[in-house]
Design a protein around this ligand. Structure first.
Ligand code: NAD
Ligand code: UDX
Length: 466
């Protein structure tokens, strides 16, 4: 089955949508159907106005506009798409379990299992199943076990092909990835399946960037790549606190460290803490897997990355409180940014949510402005924590669609997301409209602190003693 002409992807989310859009663009000879149970999401992907597609990624709407209806389709008819496809990507969510054994650490694989059972029920011929979701090492054996019992003689090959795209740069990452990783069985059938997927990617990716491994190495590499990346952020963030005590400057320290070619300059940007749907979930999952093999020291080592990240978010909120004379009760604090990073509308695990929650405990009045996040999402994020009644979140937080309006009458501004547009605001106008002393807490080291101080702001940038 080396010549793939029909692909189905189960899961039309932040990974399934962009990934399949790029495959469809690069492989006009392949029909790509993306399916999801969520009718609203599929309707949004099919919205005639491409600016309404449910995932905001620079460059994505253009690709959807080009390929949709030609060889890219979005549908809720999961069964037909499975039936028709030769290759099925599983790209459903794998969040941290919120109940039962492994609660708070293990990955919840119920959606993965549902997909496997649905494929087993529907498939009438041989298929290649591709794990695109991030999964605990050895999940492929569970999927195989389910698929082997269909009773109709169909043969399935399970490949692991984890996705390394980062949100906000997904289209560039998919267009020119550092590598594509494909894990498969060492049997002849397994290697044929690997080759079929290699051939799909080889339509635009140089062959030397396509790595092939066994299934388990591929599954484990994804979890550990995220753990390594997050570890760098926690490492640099751990030093911000030390910089603040010693008058060392975190940006200077990061540059000095990162110019060592063995270390490298990327992923050393100090912040209010990492967010996103992947880092925390994947490290917790790694911790759980290590513990389940009795590897307590390994588990403790990686758990520290999360402990440091939680500390960083809490520390930022406490810094605001302390600096506002130990009380924020009734004080307006403006959040510029709610998304977990710039250039995305995704807010999952964003540091802003936890900083807001902490400040709401202290009865602050929070105003939020984010260029791509709307009010219902902000309230949903806070309500999801279940720390207080939804009505209390509504009364404590106002979501504003104009940044200048958001800052008017505020005691302080907190920068939670590094949106480029914040740098170009009229900061004199903002200063004039605020209560004095007007304070800025820059959780991303985004703004020019010296310029703001010239205007009259009191500025605190993370990892700096000013
Ligand atoms: P998402 O929540 O945005 O999308 C998942 C989609 O799957 C949802 O729309 C959901 O309705 C759908 N779904 C769930 N079960 C289904 C079923 N049985 N049938 C049909 N549809 C179903 O998630 P995401 O961010 O796209 O992540 C998907 C996977 O990719 C996760 O394992 C994640 O860890 C991994 N990943 C994510 C990123 C990222 O940047 N978001 C990057 C790399 C890997
Ligand atoms: C991450 C991985 O990078 C990607 O390879 C994987 O496929 C999915 O998870 P993503 O979460 O989308 O991607 O974004 P990423 O750029 O990794 O940022 C994650 C968080 O770390 C963000 O909150 C970001 O602001 C923060 N971060 C990143 C820092 O605080 N400092 C840095 O130097 C880099």
């Amino acid at each position: 089955m080396n010549n793939i002409t029909k692909i189905c992807c189960i899961g039309a989310g932040y990974v399934g949508g962009p990934t399949m859009a790029v495959i469809a663009k690069k492989c006009p000879h392949i029909k790509v159907t993306v399916v999801d149970l969520n009718e609203q999401r599929i309707a949004a992907w099919n919205d005639p106005d491409v600016s309404n597609i449910p995932v905001y990624e620079p460059g994505l709407s253009e690709v959807v506009a080009e390929a949709r209806g030609r060889n890219l389709f979005f549908s809720t008819d999961v069964e037909s798409a499975i039936d028709e496809a030769e290759m099925i990507f599983i790209s459903v969510n794998t969040p941290t379990k919120t109940y039962g054994a492994g609660k708070g650490q293990a990955a919840d694989l119920k959606w993965i299992e549902l997909c496997a059972r649905q494929i087993a029920r529907v498939a009438k011929d041989n298929k290649i199943i591709v794990e695109k979701s991030t999964l605990p090492v050895r999940t492929a054996s569970a999927i195989k076990d389910i698929l082997q019992h269909t009773g109709n003689g169909s043969q399935f090959q399970i490949l692991s092909n984890p996705e390394f795209l980062a949100e906000g740069t997904a289209m560039e990452d998919l267009d020119a990835p550092d590598r594509v990783l494909i894990g498969g069985d060492s049997t002849a059938e397994g290697q044929n399946a690997v080759q079929a997927l290699v051939d799909v990617y080889a339509n635009w990716i140089p062959r030397e960037r396509i790595l092939t491994t066994n299934v388990w190495s591929s599954e484990l590499s994804k979890l550990t790549a995220n753990a390594f990346l997050a570890q760098r952020v926690s490492s640099i963030n751990s030093l911000t606190e030390l910089c603040e005590k010693t008058e060392a400057n975190i940006s200077e320290v990061a540059k000095a460290i990162g110019t060592d070619s063995r270390i490298g300059p990327k992923f050393l940007k100090a912040s209010v803490g990492f967010g996103g749907s992947c880092f925390q979930k994947d490290i917790l999952n790694l911790v759980y897997i290590a513990k389940s093999y009795g590897l307590d020291e390994v588990a403790d080592y990686w758990e520290q990355v999360i402990i440091m990240n939680d500390h960083q978010k809490r520390r930022f909120a406490n810094r605001i409180i302390k600096n506002l004379y130990n009380t924020v009760n009734g004080k307006k604090i403006t959040f510029l940014g709610w998304a977990f990073k710039k250039d995305t509308n995704d807010t999952r695990e964003a540091a802003s949510i936890y900083v807001a929650d902490h400040l709401l405990h202290e009865q602050a009045d929070i105003a939020v402005f984010d260029p791509k996040v709307q009010a219902p999402q902000v309230y949903a994020d806070l309500d999801y924590l279940r720390t207080r009644e939804p009505a209390e979140n509504k009364s404590g937080v106002t979501v504003v669609t104009d940044p200048y309006e958001a800052c008017k009458g505020a005691h302080a501004i907190a920068i939670l997301t590094e949106w480029d547009e914040f740098k170009g605001y009229d900061w004199q106008k903002i200063y004039d409209s605020m209560l004095k002393p007007a304070k800025v807490f820059d959780g991303r080291n985004l703004l020019d602190a010296a310029k703001l101080q010239e205007i009259g702001f009191q500025v605190w940038s993370i990892g700096s003693s000013i």
